[in-house]
Design a protein around this ligand. Structure first.
Ligand code: BTN
Length: 257
């Protein structure tokens, strides 16, 4: 188990014992001019944030980090980085979990191990209104040692999946390498190959799902993600809905024995 990750020179690592949220800290530093590749890693967070205003419980033992990125990309392309990061994390975890462990994605950016959530991604960016964003903060939380028991969607940790001899630094190191490879692919070839690779490992494609939005729940078949990463849901009567923010849950077939 490593104490400090050995990251490629493209990153500038900042190690903090405890911070409110690495995303908040990274955004503050980005506004002050922190360069592309700045990586804020905290051993614990007191106010970790998840998607859609939720709390991300952040005790010591798990991985919490946020990258400052300054891509030459418009605000409409920023969301693609969540899929780029998910693919990198899948590759990284693949090197750390026992053989035959299933690592998959749940839209938009969750990483699942054997069907339970092991990691989440929170993307934030500078206010729009310009052609390219000034900065993007890519925040990632990975349940390495422990996981919350009281979540709507079941959670797990790397330790629970059998990887008991790895720590947060090992995961960050593996991610750092894989992320460079996927970001370069995205910069060179665009979202097409990222989208195709992500769909290969997506949970529930072609199956009935429930999508919980603010104040509305949709049920339909998970058909696709579009060329910006939005979820395409086929509803009854061949109607399609394109969803940009929500929580996906598989719908179990109640007629099955
Ligand atoms: C989600 O699945 O809801 C996204 C969770 C993102 C959590 C990470 S932990 C590091 C970074 N700092 C935060 O406050 N949130 C992200």
């Amino acid at each position: 188990m490593k104490e400090t990750p050995d990251l490629p020179p493209a990153y500038r690592l900042v190690v903090l014992e405890t911070v409110e949220s690495t995303n908040t800290e990274a955004a503050r530093r980005a506004r002050e001019g922190a360069p592309d590749g700045t990586c804020i890693w905290a051993k614990a967070q007191t106010g970790g944030r998840g998607r859609r205003g939720r709390e991300w419980v952040s005790p010591p033992g798990n991985l919490y980090f946020s990258l400052v990125l300054r891509p030459e990309a418009g605000p409409d392309k920023v969301g693609e980085l969540g899929f780029v990061a998910a693919l990198a994390l899948r590759d990284a975890l693949g090197t750390l979990v026992p053989p035959l462990t299933e690592v998959r994605f749940k839209w938009p950016n969750d990483i699942l191990i054997n069907g339970s959530k092991v990691a989440g991604i929170l993307l934030e960016s500078s206010a729009t209104g310009r052609e390219t964003v000034d900065w993007v903060v890519l925040g990632i939380g990975v349940n390495v040692e422990s996981f919350p028991e009281d979540t709507e969607f079941p959670a797990t940790s790397l330790a629970a999946a059998g990887s008991t001899d790895i720590g947060p630094a090992d995961v960050l190191e593996a991610f750092g390498r894989c992320f460079l490879a996927w970001v370069n692919r995205w910069l060179d070839d665009g979202f097409g190959p990222v989208r195709a690779s992500w769909l290969n490992y997506a949970l529930g494609r072609g199956e009935p799902i429930e999508v919980r939005l603010e104040g509305e729940t949709l049920t339909g078949t998970f058909e696709d993600i579009d060329d910006r990463g939005a979820l395409v849901l086929r509803m009854a009567g061949e109607d399609r809905r394109v969803v940009t923010a929500g929580d996906v849950f598989p719908v179990r077939d109640s007629s099955a024995g």
